[in-house]
Design a protein around this ligand. Structure first.
Ligand code: AMP
Length: 268
């Protein structure tokens, strides 16, 4: 059963943004999550990046907040500055026709700009736990009007040692808030957090296999480090390939591999 975006009863301004981004139908997590969040439920989502989880929580938030009200109405907590930036950019795009003001806050950036933006009024804050806590302590970030909190990549935040910061932040928000938690895995520490801070959460699990397109065949080869280059060139020789994308772990390794391949007649 596929759901259409039109069945999700999203605001026309949100539909316009989503359509312009080229989204033709909701992903499984969006079909499952959007109605639950619009109904006010707490949601525990087991899903990785690539499933469309950002729009799954961002669209209901954008639908329910009142743009320009003044105080911060939604808070999204993310483990890294990169994820916080990515999420705030996505929210900005989904909310562009609703005049939503979104601010990303993370460490390593001067406080001044973040504080003055908060003073002017922001609807949604996306940030990392440490900087969020600093801004709360400096009385620049007031969470007393928060309606929805999202914990994105909660397992990552826990393994980075942010659990106490997250609990302190959650305790500053109203008890009747809506909470959505995303995690690729659900270890006991995550379940404890959910038990303590969520109300009757609805669970949504997006199986890993739904992450990739059925037309893609996946294989892996276990080889010794010293044999990797030979194995790769062998693959190029035996498989019919016109082009390839190779991901390597380090910048140095990437450059070396490209040189070795070029030398062997595979321009990279
Ligand atoms: P996420 O899992 O939120 O990081 O999203 C992964 C990618 O899927 C992003 O590039 C989104 O722009 C894209 N995306 C999200 N929802 C949809 C959709 N319904 N249709 C097509 N692309 C989507």
């Amino acid at each position: 059963m596929t759901t259409e975006f039109t069945q999700l009863n999203l605001h026309p301004q949100l539909m316009q943004a989503v359509t312009e981004l080229g989204y033709t139908e909701p992903t499984p997590i969006q079909s499952a999550m959007i109605p639950l969040m619009l109904a006010g439920s707490d949601v525990l989502g087991q899903a990785q990046t690539g499933t469309g989880k950002t729009a799954a929580f961002a669209l209901p938030i954008l639908q329910t907040i009142e743009p320009g009200l003044g105080p911060v109405q939604a808070l999204i907590i993310a483990p890294t500055r990169e994820l916080a930036l990515q999420v705030s950019k996505a929210i900005y795009e989904y909310g562009r026709y609703r005049q939503i003001r979104v601010l990303s806050i993370y460490g390593g950036q001067p406080y001044g700009r973040q504080i003055s933006r908060l003073r002017k009024g922001v609807d949604i804050v996306v940030g990392t736990p440490g900087r969020m806590l600093d801004l709360i302590k400096r009385k620049a970030l007031d969470l007393s009007h928060i309606q929805t909190v999202v914990l994105d990549e909660a397992d990552e935040m826990l393994s980075m040692g942010f659990v106490e910061d997250i609990e302190t932040i959650l305790e500053q928000t109203p008890g009747e808030r809506q909470t959505a938690l995303f995690s690729a895995t659900l270890p006991s520490a995550i379940r404890r957090l959910a038990d303590k801070y969520m109300r009757d959460p609805q669970s949504i699990t997006i199986a890993r296999k739904q992450l990739t397109v059925a037309a893609i065949e996946q294989r892996y080869y276990l080889v010794h480090a010293g044999d990797k280059l030979a194995a790769l060139t062998r693959l190029f020789e035996v498989e019919e390939m016109t082009s390839a994308l190779i991901f390597a772990r380090t910048r140095l390794g990437t450059g070396e591999l490209a040189n070795e391949l070029t030398v062997r007649g595979f321009p990279a």
